[in-house]
Design a protein around this ligand. Sequence first.
Ligand code: PMP
Ligand code: GLN
Length: 382
Amino acid sequence: LDSRLPAVGTTIFTVMSALATETGAVNLGQGFPDFDCDPALVDAVTAAMKAGHNQYPPMPGVPALRQAMAAKMQALYGLRCDPATEITVTAGATQAILTAILAIVHPGDEVIVLEPCYDSYVPNIELAGGKVVRVPLVPGTFRPDFDAIAAAITPRTRALMINSPHNPSGQVWSAEDMRKLQALLAPTNVLLISDEVYEHMVFDDQEHQSAARFPGLAARAFIVSSFGKTYHVTGWKVGTVVAPAPLTAEFRKVHQFNVFTVNTPMQHALAAHMADPAPYRQLSGFYQRKRDLFREGLAQTRFRLLPGQGTYFQCVGIESLAVAERDLPEAEFCQWLTREIGVAAIPLSAFYGNGFDQKVVRFCFAKKDETLREALSRLARL
Ligand code: PMP
Ligand code: GLN
């Protein structure tokens, strides 16, 4: 078959989770919690189903959920947006990003991604017939290089994709970074896809700098959120896209022929749950404690800790481990770590088009403390 995506295999997250299951390893690979969501959220789904919310909701999503999202965007980021024309509920951030790209990218348009980047971005751009332009984040620090981004912009640049807090590095863009980006894009027509799925996991007293806070960015942005991350329900696959009305109109043209709409009872449950801001306001503190527990344990091992101020991921260098396997390519090292040490991780090379290998792997710490302690005791053997 003449493949549309010849370079694509099964995602690294699926591969590593399958290996973790097969070998009984502690799975710190694929990003998802090993603890359950608030039982009230499950009760709210059941209540929505019993109340008869079991048929198609409106194409852009249940109005109450869009209204709750609009209220949150205003309360947290000062953005006033119209739920009728500027917010769409999606089947997770994954569908949001693909749909945004299909809605705006013409064949031959250039789309800039900052590497390392989440694994769906590049195949999404390719499916739209776009040309992927890769700009590296600064090696070692994973900070944005604005000169390099500026140099990559051409008259064919249709969009730039950013992701803060950043998967896999955990780096968080500052307000100054966002202001620089705003100034850089001001004289252009470049659209922005701002992947903010980890918006509520920001540590060390920093604040999430949503594109929504910067009028020059919000006016050109698709702002992508995911309830899966925020409420410990990655399997529900519900997210949102906030974008100015003309962009949302184009987004919905694709959305209605892609999924048309997203499951009804979960949307009602999420809308009810959002009335209380405490869960998302407390999430950073919740994950910061887990990050600190995990980092303190890793500091007792030979892994080199990389800085991280957001997401539920911790990256580590493997170059000074006391085993010969440290010299393996990252992907093979992760296979070995899973099989022999009993802890699954994700190689950073999976986030690069050319498989760049810097001897760094990613662990997910969205786990019960006991799971983290078990993983740490295994990792201490290295
Ligand atoms: N973007 C990033 C950076 C992610 O880490 C993820 C989740 N792995 C997604 C998008 C997709 O989110 P969802 O599960 O809501 O589709
Ligand atoms: N976003 C998750 C991660 O980075 C994985 C989601 C998926 O498996 N597609 O681990």
